[in-house]
Design a binder for this molecule. Sequence first.
Ligand code: ADP
Ligand code: MG
Length: 686
Amino acid sequence: MRPDILNPLFAETATLDGVGPKLQKPLDKLGLVRVKDVAYHLPERFVTRRPVENLDAASEGEQIVVALTPTEHRAPRSGRGPYRVLAQDAVGNICALTYFGRASYTAKKQLPVGEKRWLAGRLDRYGDMLQIVHPDHVSEEGGDALGQLCEPVYALSEGLTQPKVASLVEQALTRLPELPEWIEPGQFARQKWPAWADALKLAHAGEHASARDRLAYDELLANSLALMLVRADNRRRRGQPLQGDGGLRAKLQLPFPLTGAQKRSISEIEGDLAQEAPMLRLLQGDVGAGKTVVALEAMLIAVEAGSQAALLAPTEILARQHFETLRAMAQPTGVEIALLTGRDKGRARESILMGLMDGSIDIVVGTHAIFQESVSYRDLALVVIDEQHRFGVAQRLQLAGKGRRTPHTLAMTATPIPRTLTLAQYGEMDVSRLDEMPPGRQAIDTRVVAQERLQDVIEAVGRHIAGGQQAYWVCPMVREHESEDIAAAEARYAALRERFGETVVLVHGQLKPELKDAAMERFARGEAKLLVATTVIEVGVDVPAATLMVIEQAERFGLAQLHQLRGRVGRGSEKSTCLLLRGDALSETGRERLALMRETQDGFRLAEEDLRLRGGGELLGTRQSGDTPFRVATLEQIQRLLPLAHDDARLLMERDGGLEGERGAAARVLLYLFERDWGVQLLRGG
Ligand code: ADP
Ligand code: MG
């Protein structure tokens, strides 16, 4: 049970003043579900603005406060275009105030034509025109007051404004309870960190590095502790030693010899499976490295030993693909493989459930539906989890097996992460790496091209698809407002479609699922030749081996992400090309990073280098989403503070009596606060 002291923090955001049904969606989108989430929604940066008499006194890119008088409202011509208000400063300069999506309602209310207003925001340029996108403040008076503030800038979603988020944060901060200190006293004193509640308040008030560090440390400590609890629990558990006689594996008629890395991984897995302690192993390998056949061999060992195996995929499409591949590969062995997803209903489902219960099905492939309570197995001894970078899933699954023997677990991932992060993300799992690609794959010819050469690039795409081949065009999701990103992708799509016609299709996150599926399918069938997409192309889904990829504003992506995107081309034996369009946000490190993409196709090396290059120069709070299981700690903080947190956790476990005792009680609070409480539950259950 969660300690009562945390209750005010776990109250839903709906309990905050001013949160009605309208705000719920934008808040959910940012993951702000509970009061603690709001308290931990730390500013991305801070701004201090300069009051100016008129726009001549300001430079582009500057944060300013200026008095403007609206002269005209312009509604968008197309559905997704922005809403613009034209406004005039004291000397007659015209500036466009630009609003995307629903924010236009606010604009209509706040900016009546002919009435002077003070506006705070960042001045930039749109074509020939000065503009301010989503002004942070619009007020009827007080230029100086607006200018003095050192103000936090929060990540927003559509429907939220900076003042709104700031007011919610303010409320959340008044609800902070006094929590016991969980950091080891020596460490706490050495670092001169503020206490927990003070740290949160400071982190919202200004650039207080020490407060930020403390909060990051808390998160890392919670994580390390939970992982240690899992590992300790795992050691206590009984699994089932699996020894295969090789009979089924011998019947596989693979059309290729296994690579050295595959053989090594299989024998590591075989060694683990033979033990009584349940396996907890991660198989890492780039897209195309050949993880599937390793998984199959592992599952065949379980079947040879008279047990069952399950393969868990993150999406239904992926489950289906795995099922088809495995069934084809395993056909000569005669093992019974079934597919089970949430979509299966009625008779078909019943018959699979029966087969799992009576053991006539040897291997089941599916989504999390395969672990619902209604599904029982005769003897499930191995679980393979594909592409779960969401932290802790492997561990949580162990809870599912409670009361019976714990299945062996093999997690597979194509996400290249640096060694330092492997520990944070996968805890103390053992790791097998497929660091050798199957032979016959061509290197992808990667080139960096300046954005100014866009026309040449479009011509090159034209020649490519005219020759009957397929291509991807990737638009990044990087701006402050999602709708701006979508607008950019749609504009690019419209332009490409005008040029190339029906053969161009579009896929992005806000598209209705039917439309998205239809577009993907036209591309998969080869009817469409050019797929324009935001970065949502699902990891792992097999799409046709397109041989050209264009990535816009490539400098804004992390290298690991670029690498994964690039992995979508060059999957066949033909030669492939990846064009990285370099936009305007290029710093020195940005240049060096893109050059690396040209140099190597090794995902692990890219991940390491990316961390090295970004580590030091990282901006306050900017993170590559999806890279780590952390909300607070940045990459730089992970590198610097994780070793300390790890030692601290070990001390607590080994010297200070684990979760018993006084510090242990504080540590429990910490685990619940960061929702790593499955660690606590394990302890209780075990
Ligand atoms: P991953 O899941 O790691 O991205 P897959 O298991 O889908 O990769 O394998 C990619 C492709 O490589 C498949 O077509 C597979 O049949 C092939 N493959 C796997 N291992 C080898 C090998 N040792 N030699 C040649 N081809 C292989
Ligand atoms: Mg795969």
